[in-house]
Design a protein around this ligand. Structure first.
Ligand code: FE
Length: 195
């Protein structure tokens, strides 16, 4: 083994953990593969985008989404095979407040609604700087917010995970819901893009 645990690439650390779980007789390789396959089956940012598009199109759904993210996901038939397994909190961007999600501890993230997390979300650079220097981090993503827009940073955990509801783009008043959903990106759902 080379280097300390924290210096190893994530994939190697995960494999070490898997090998210890297997060696301890807690699960087999096949069982671990099966858990991952079920977790990623159907996991896509298309799901989160559908929720956002529904919220843009239906004000009462928007209110329900903000009040209870889990129930709102369930309304659209979205959830992990086990139910979401955590509290989903939706946070809506406004001219006054832009929302940004990070997991400072590791990489907690609503996989089934946003798809597999991007590598930058799991990077130490993002996790360590998103809270302290959110405006600088967003600028690195090419997102320059007006000075008057505050940035709220939400720290995800195993228990509570976040979905950003971007502001509806101007000029989309007549757009059907499916077309609205196609405007929403994974980065928009995390808060590193406007939409
Ligand atoms: Fe985490």
């Amino acid at each position: 083994m080379t280097g300390t645990h924290s210096e190893l690439p994530v994939a190697a650390r995960v494999r070490q953990l898997e090998e210890r779980v297997i060696a301890a007789g807690l699960a087999t390789d096949a069982e671990l593969d099966d858990v991952l396959a079920r977790l990623y089956d159907g996991a896509s940012p298309v799901n989160g985008a559908r929720m956002v598009a529904r919220a843009w199109a239906d004000e009462s759904y928007f209110r329900r989404l903000l009040a209870d993210g889990n129930a709102a996901a369930g309304e659209l038939g979205l959830g992990d095979p086990y139910g979401l397994g955590y509290r989903l909190k939706a946070v809506a961007n406004t001219p006054q407040q832009h929302n940004l999600v990070v997991c400072t501890l590791c990489s907690c993230y609503p996989v089934s609604l946003l798809g597999p997390s991007p590598s930058w979300y799991k990077s130490l650079a993002y996790r360590s700087r998103a809270v302290r220097k959110p405006r600088a981090v967003l600028a690195e993503f090419g997102l320059e917010l007006p000075a008057g827009t505050e940035i709220a940073v939400w720290d995800a955990s195993a228990e509570t995970r976040y979905l950003v509801v971007p502001a509806r783009p101007a000029g989309t008043g007549e757009m059907p819901e499916d077309d609205l959903a196609a405007l929403v990106t994974q980065r928009g759902l995390i808060g590193t893009a406007v939409v």
